[in-house]
Design a protein around this ligand. Structure first.
Ligand code: FES
Length: 136
């Protein structure tokens, strides 16, 4: 059976993305993008007791990257930083309902930026962290 480029969940989240916006006074800011297509994403997170208490995203991107980033914020919210860092490509792709090979980079853009931000936060020992210009 031919795989559709846009699953229902991608179309839904692209039209009505959840957790879109910016958190003021965020503990972690992570921004990055894919210079080839120009798509980019900017996550802001509030961390408390080692967990991602809240997370939002902004950015401009294709339907697949936007939907994946939105879904990712739902997957990461409430998780410990350690746990969120371990969200795998397969988990996210599974939640998205399958992505064709040529669009993998779109689907994983946000996850890679998020992980770099969380890694930098852990390295800082839990200090306010801003990472910008991550190239994916
Ligand atoms: Fe750039 Fe999809 S075309 S992330």
């Amino acid at each position: 059976m031919k795989k559709e480029i846009y699953t229902e969940i991608i179309l839904d989240l692209y039209k009505n993305p959840v957790n879109r916006g910016k958190l003021e006074g965020a503990d972690v800011e992570a921004q990055g993008g894919n210079p080839t297509c120009g798509d980019n994403v900017y996550f802001t997170m509030k961390i408390g007791e080692g967990k991602i208490q809240d997370i939002k995203f902004l950015g401009s991107g294709c339907a697949i990257s936007t939907a994946a980033e939105s879904l990712l914020t739902e997957m990461a919210k409430g998780k410990s930083v350690k746990h969120a860092k371990k969200i795998s490509d397969e988990q996210l792709l599974g939640e998205l309902g399958g992505i064709i090979q040529t669009r993998m980079k779109c689907a994983l853009l946000g996850l890679n930026v998020l992980k770099k931000g969380l890694e930098a936060y852990e390295k800082s020992g839990g200090k306010k962290t801003v990472v910008k210009g991550i190239i994916i």
